[in-house]
Write a protein that binds this ligand. Structure first.
Ligand SMILES: C[S@@+](CC[C@H](N)C(=O)[O-])C[C@H]1O[C@@H](n2cnc3c(N)ncnc32)[C@H](O)[C@@H]1O
Length: 266
């Protein structure tokens, strides 16, 4: 259990994010689908694109990319999530590994994306240098993170989880550390990338009912860590408290969320 307190290793993150892989894939991953679509459109993904999704999770973005004709590869720490990615895109090349040591040759991709992933690496600058290394000259690296928390309803669930989490390591910036545009550009530059633009995407979260919302929201690595530290009942109580105000008369649940992404070249 003490391992869960170590930050950022591929092994530890793989266990956290893969613990509830089916719930993540069936309910939670799709809450960011609008951002996946926006990034793939912005990057003009098509049949000529060789795309690596770094920290691909259950592979929804990779599957969307493949449906646009791209040749897709994916890397993630979690074998449980990769199993889903392979089911969804049988023609893809999905590998278990560490963002800090990508098992791919230099210059092999036109596009490398990290949807909410690079910031979880133990050494994010190293992970970004790896992303740059495997991207061909003139290719693109996209870093996606949360949008600015001010006025974002979904940000409240992070606040609800906070009391259940172990103390953050000294100097840890928290989930919204990269939401600030200057910080995000600095993050890319620290990894040797050249920022081109920063864009925001609304990606509202919707669930058919409270039980499904709880299943989805309990499946993130962050929620799994909260449950390990404080207990499943406490996690469910905190998430129910957050979700209940967003319950509509028909029982569905919906609230606003925003992603921010940076496009860089190498
Ligand atoms: C927030 S999830 C995002 C997953 C996917 N990109 C998505 O948007 O649904 C973060 C992902 O990064 C992976 N991850 C975290 N640290 C990693 C590391 N050091 N090496 C490889 N994968 C890592 C986790 O296993 C998890 O699937």
């Amino acid at each position: 259990m003490s391992k869960t307190l170590e930050k950022g290793t591929s092994e530890v993150n793989g266990l956290l994010w893969g613990a509830r892989a089916r719930d993540w894939a069936e309910v939670q991953e799709g809450q960011f689908a609008a951002a996946f679509h926006a990034v793939l459109a912005r990057a003009k993904v098509g049949p000529d694109t060789r795309h690596l999704d770094a920290g691909c999770g259950a592979g929804m973005a990779a599957a969307l990319s493949a449906s646009l004709g791209a040749t897709v590869s994916g890397l993630d720490a979690s074998e449980a999530l990769l199993r889903v990615a392979r089911e969804r895109t049988p023609g893809g090349d999905f590998r278990q590994g560490d963002l800090e040591a990508l098992p791919f040759p230099d210059d092999g991709f036109d596009l490398v994306t990290g949807f909410n992933s690079f910031q979880y690496a133990g050494d994010p600058a190293r992970a970004l240098r790896e992303a740059g290394r495997v991207t061909r000259p003139g290719g693109k690296v996209v870093i996606m993170t949360w949008g600015e928390p001010a006025g974002m309803e979904a940000a409240g669930h992070i606040a609800a989880l906070k009391p259940l989490m172990p103390p953050p390591p000294p100097g840890a910036g928290g989930p919204f550390a990269l939401s600030d545009e200057t910080a995000l550009r600095g993050f890319a530059e620290a990894g040797g990338l050249i920022p081109v633009e920063v864009r925001d995407v609304d990606t509202p979260w919707h669930y058919p009912d409270l039980a499904t919302a709880l299943r989805g929201m309990a499946s993130s690595g962050v929620a799994v860590r909260a449950a390990q530290h404080s207990g499943e009942e406490e996690l469910m109580a905190a998430m129910t408290g957050f979700l209940t105000p967003f319950e509509r008369p028909d029982g569905t649940i919906g609230f606003g969320a925003r992603a921010r992404y940076l496009v860089a070249t190498v």
